[in-house]
Design a protein around this ligand. Sequence first.
Ligand code: ATP
Ligand code: MG
Length: 475
Amino acid sequence: MAMPAGKSPILLICDDEPARHELAVKLGFLGESVITADAGNWRRGVANAHAVEAVLLGKYDTGEMRRLTGELESNLPLAAIVLLQAGEIPDFAGDGLRARMIAEPDATAHFRDLLDVLHKARLCHEYLAGAADEDISRGLAAVQGLIGVSPAIQRIREVVGRLADTELNVLITGDSGTGKEVVARNLHRISGREGKPFVPVNCGAIPGELLESELFGHERGAFTGAVATTVGRFERAHGGTLFLDEIGDMPLNMQVKLLRVLEEGSFEKVGGTRSIKADVRILTATHKNIEDMIALGQFREDLYYRINVFPIEMPPLRDRVEDIPLLLNELMRNIETGGKGSVRFNSAAVSALCSYAWPGNVRELANLVERMAILHPHGIVGVEQLPGKIRASAGQRDIAPEPQEIPQESPMPATSPDMPPVHGMDLKQYLANLEKDFIERALKDSGGVVKQAAERLQLRRTTLVEKMRRHGLKR
Ligand SMILES: Nc1ncnc2c1ncn2[C@@H]1O[C@H](COP(=O)(O)OP(=O)(O)OP(=O)(O)O)[C@@H](O)[C@H]1O
Ligand SMILES: [Mg+2]
């Protein structure tokens, strides 16, 4: 079976040859690279035991289960073990083995279930490979919605956890969509102010002349149009947290007023004289570089020191691609639990997502997942269904995507990650394209060396040369 370059393989152990073949073809269709074996000789095909992401255990002699899983446990230390025959994790499995076993006897009948179990296995493998010494589930429970296994995100979860019960003013920096608000909400949630309001204000979205009254409220008659006394966001946040988002967009005259509130702990409404106590914790965020702004005279240095008692910098998504599969999982789940349909990505598509630069960070990823769920409801998204810019970054050819609904219970497909349109398909042309794709992929994976590509495809060199000529492919 063709193996996409650089992909971690899946080991499929099954003593029933036809069932093994069928499952291997399905896995190939989903873009997985597969090593097939039977229970007696599985070691032979495995070149790099640490690379194996998952073992799928199909049919084998159950009397041998203890021996077989024991062998897998010690020889494939980083692989998830998926039990396709057993409905339960066997009693003899100790904690170590239990943590990496997934029992899903029905996972092979439908593509969606197979994708789900592969996703689970991949997360389990990532955990075993990357974060074995960190209790991710504990971290996740403490800090809600800040998903990620990258060292950067783990560090942020740790810092947020340490800031629990403090009143420090925190400045959260980072590009758009990196999760600044997620962090702010967590800081509020785990502070002693939980249960009191969390009030966000987007300083960039409110016109400068209205910001003061928005923050502090105004007295009736304070200015033309002030027909009633209003309560500002400071007052609304009383006892809780005020989240000043895009603080870098706050005009200088408002910066002076904010600084005064922070220094004196009180404020007056616009047009008012009565001093109101401000019992508010201030969290701020910006995607701008405040230090540059200070140098340019656009931001007050004294305010900066007040709000930046503790800085947290959110890393861009492109610097933590290892978080993408986990984020995808979370975003797909959100769509499902929100009743917005569902969608899955095959592993080639996930690889492509990992090679894209994500200028809009997690928000852009979330938007993509939502868009794919609309375009391909209950479908499987392959590389070709992804937007051109993502395909381009993955080094794919620019083929106009044909949104196609992929039937959930499709018959045995060809071993391609993409599906033909259901109606009016030209089978001959489709198969020819498929052949061309595989040849191109094999050539690419072999660095253009025809002899190696022929070996990968199990073709004679002359046959491959002839096929390349027919498809107009150059070496
Ligand atoms: N680590 C994460 N885990 C899960 N979801 C995340 C994560 N980071 C961001 N998100 C999601 O991505 C979206 C953008 O996050 P958020 O609004 O916190 O970003 P931001 O940095 O405040 O962006 P902006 O600068 O555009 O305001 C939200 O829907 C949020 O739930
Ligand atoms: Mg934000």
